[in-house]
Design a protein around this ligand. Structure first.
Ligand SMILES: O=C(O)CCC(=O)C(=O)O
Ligand SMILES: [Fe+2]
Length: 326
């Protein structure tokens, strides 16, 4: 007997305006191993053949669901746990010390600052270049200076993720049949945000608001190039499959979740999928996550990669600027 699958429509905000997508109304199911594979990065610093082997796995994942886990990613578990402790210390403070955002979800975010990027030899020239408007982060660090080690750990974790994200971008270049340094020039001083996110337990949220709200983030795609996400063991991240069903992107210890953003979908001429996902915290206790979003240099232009265009596949997109250049 055929099972009746029902669908509904969701509205997404994309680079080219609102878009509507069909999604199944069935509860999320576990993904198959191919739908959200676990990819081992232990040989990422090996030779080019090692990286091509990783790239071929990532290519399949990027063309299928657009989400995968990475393990042996090189970021020390101790650093991740220290960052998590700092995130908890930050969110544990009384409300007036924090920035409260909608949906009762709270965030602390660090933007790219050339001073924190060890690959930049002259940060001042970027900071004083009118085209970038990176903005200062001094107020953030002043406002958190009473939390011991907060700044140091937060910056170190940011730096490690920036380095890993740059390596991943090289793998994406290989996965698009381009030389591995193809994107290096547009990731030298990228738009890149590192966040701590706290989703309070649902009971707490209900008590305060007296309404039946979900704590989380509704259906969306990530706008940038690639996202690296650390999530705690709470669960709640759901990912739309290639057949429009919700998959449970369950937490797997020792991994980060990686997904493709709108810019990478665009420059791959839709070969790689910028996948719809959402997060709910429906448990009574807090959920913490630490996403990192890598974009391209704000002064660069995003255009379809030559290897993704041929007579049968003309470029679907015009070149667009990657960031606000003021
Ligand atoms: O918190 C998470 O697990 C994911 C958050 C997310 O999707 C986002 O911030 O774009
Ligand atoms: Fe997201």
């Amino acid at each position: 007997m055929a099972t009746l699958v029902e669908y509904t429509q969701i509205e997404l905000l994309t680079l080219s305006g609102p878009e509507y997508r069909r999604v199944s109304t069935a509860p999320p199911r576990p993904p198959t191993e191919d739908e959200i594979p676990i990819i081992d990065l232990s040989s990422i610093d090996g030779d080019i053949e090692d990286r091509k082997a990783i790239a071929s796995k990532i290519k399949s994942a990027a063309e299928n669901t657009g989400f995968f886990y990475i393990k042996n990613h090189g970021i020390a578990e101790e650093l991740i746990q220290n960052a998590l402790s700092q995130a908890k210390a930050f969110f544990d403070q009384p409300d007036e010390k924090k920035e409260l955002v909608s949906n009762r979800k709270e965030t602390f975010s660090v933007r790219y600052n050339p001073k924190n990027d060890p690959t930049i030899s002259d940060p001042e020239s970027l900071l004083t270049d009118e085209r970038y408007s990176y903005g200062g982060d001094d107020l953030k660090w002043e406002g958190t200076s009473h939390l011991p080690g907060f700044r140091e750990t937060t910056i170190e974790f940011y730096q490690r993720r920036l380095a890993l994200a740059r390596k991943m971008v090289r793998i994406f270049a290989l996965a698009l049949d381009m030389p591995e340094d193809y994107f290096d020039g547009v990731t030298t001083h990228p738009g890149a945000d590192g966040l701590y996110v706290h989703y309070p337990g649902t009971e707490d949220a209900l008590e305060d608001s007296k309404t039946d709200v979900d704590v989380g983030i509704g259906s969306h795609t990530d706008i940038q190039c690639v996202t690296l996400l650390w999530q705690d063991m709470s669960g709640g991240l759901q990912v739309l499959s290639a057949s429009d069903e919700w998959l449970d992107a369950r937490p797997i210890a020792g991994t980060l979740v990686v997904n493709i953003g709108d810019f990478l979908q665009r420059l791959s001429n839709n070969r790689f999928k910028s996948t719809v996902h959402r997060v709910y915290n429906r448990q009574s206790t807090s959920r913490y996550s630490m996403p990192f979003f890598l974009g391209f240099n704000p002064d660069s232009v995003c255009q379809v990669v030559p290897s993704c265009v041929d007579e049968a596949h003309p470029a679907l997109y015009e070149p667009i600027p990657c960031g606000k250049v003021s």
